[in-house]
Ligand binder design. Structure first.
Ligand code: GRF
Length: 223
């Protein structure tokens, strides 16, 4: 039986409106969009936000008829002011779940407190190994035989929040950092829509660091 202090299971997300934050290529954003279009992910891509006006992903979103907003990160008094502006844009579009997809900024409390446990990130390694930049190169240089991709709930640490889903990718003898990154990316594109669907379905909670999904038929703890 659950301890009395365990948090409640999350309800299904009826809104299902995604806001995706990008800085560049936008292939994970595109994977989410394709999953929606193909009916594999029941959601709406409400807005794509970039901190860079030249992000290639903005064109992909616009071509698909998705609204885009550029919020340059320069010129704000501090990070909190920038994050508050991001939150404002996302709220104005009715976003219920924020997906970081190659967004090259660390997000802080001014955003996270407005979307509690509703900001996800995808990272190209099996966290907690190789957080930060160039994770594929880090894994290659370290000589690991298996690496992969992780979708996690964002907290204030760097690539540190509770892990929702992971996919393993073997490092092959003839890999280069580039070939390894390409195979990881294939897994990212499969993993992110699946993890988003899990979050939107509800029936999960975070216990300590662990992302726990309710088993079918598991009884709710008396509260
Ligand atoms: C991906 O490898 C993602 O895991 C990392 O940044 C990269 C973004 O690629 N956070 P894209 O912009 O989604 O193509």
């Amino acid at each position: 039986m659950d301890a009395p202090h365990t948090p409640p299971w999350t309800p299904p997300d009826q809104t299902r409106r995604l806001g995706v934050l990008i800085s560049g290529r936008g292939s994970n954003m595109q994977a989410l969009l394709e999953a929606i279009t193909a009916g594999r992910l029941e959601a709406t891509l409400a807005v794509v936000v970039s901190n860079r006006a030249d992000a290639a992903g903005l064109g992909i979103a616009r071509d698909a008829g998705v609204e885009t907003v550029v919020v340059e990160h320069r010129g704000w008094p501090d990070r909190a002011a920038y994050d508050a502006r991001l939150a404002e844009v996302l709220e104005a579009h009715g976003v219920s779940l924020v997906c970081l997809a190659g967004f090259m900024r660390i997000v802080g409390p001014a955003l996270l407190e407005r979307f509690p446990q509703r900001v996800l990130n995808i990272h190209p390694s099996l966290l907690p190994a190789f957080p930060g930049l160039n994770a594929q190169q880090q894994a290659f240089d370290h000589g690991v035989r298996i690496t992969g991709a992780t979708v996690h709930i964002v907290d204030e640490g760097l690539d540190a929040g509770p892990i929702v889903a992971q996919a393993a990718v073997p490092v092959l003898d003839d890999d280069t950092p580039g070939s390894l990154a390409a195979r990881i990316l294939v897994e990212e594109h499969r993993l992110y829509p699946a993890a988003v669907a899990t979050i939107l379905a509800g029936g999960w909670r975070v216990e300590g660091r662990r992302f726990v999904v309710k088993r079918d038929g598991a009884a709710e703890a008396p509260r």
